[in-house]
Design a protein around this ligand. Structure first.
Ligand code: ZN
Ligand code: ZN
Length: 83
């Protein structure tokens, strides 16, 4: 069975339909200010931040931490998974 992950928080869903129905606690516009958004890359054992190259074992651990090379400014946003 396929797993679908939110790219902002790493929450796992069994369908895209259920993923995009629920507000995201790590949405970039603010806590629960938008719905979970689909991470469109493959499921991996290590995830690389697309801004700084830091690696993490899960999307949820990556998106919990601010990124020193975030495009909005140093530590102005969370790490984000490369596809
Ligand atoms: Zn989310
Ligand atoms: Zn980063």
């Amino acid at each position: 069975m396929a797993n679908f992950y939110c790219k902002h928080c790493g929450a796992r869903f069994s369908s895209v339909n259920s993923l995009t129905a629920v507000t995201c606690p790590r949405h970039p516009n603010g806590v629960n200010r938008g719905k979970h958004e689909l991470y469109e890359g493959d499921e991996k054992s290590r995830y690389t931040c697309k801004y700084c190259g830091a690696t993490f074992s899960s999307i949820s651990s990556m998106t919990a931490v601010t990124c020193p090379r975030h495009p909005d400014g140093v530590n102005r946003g969370k790490h984000s998974p490369a596809l």
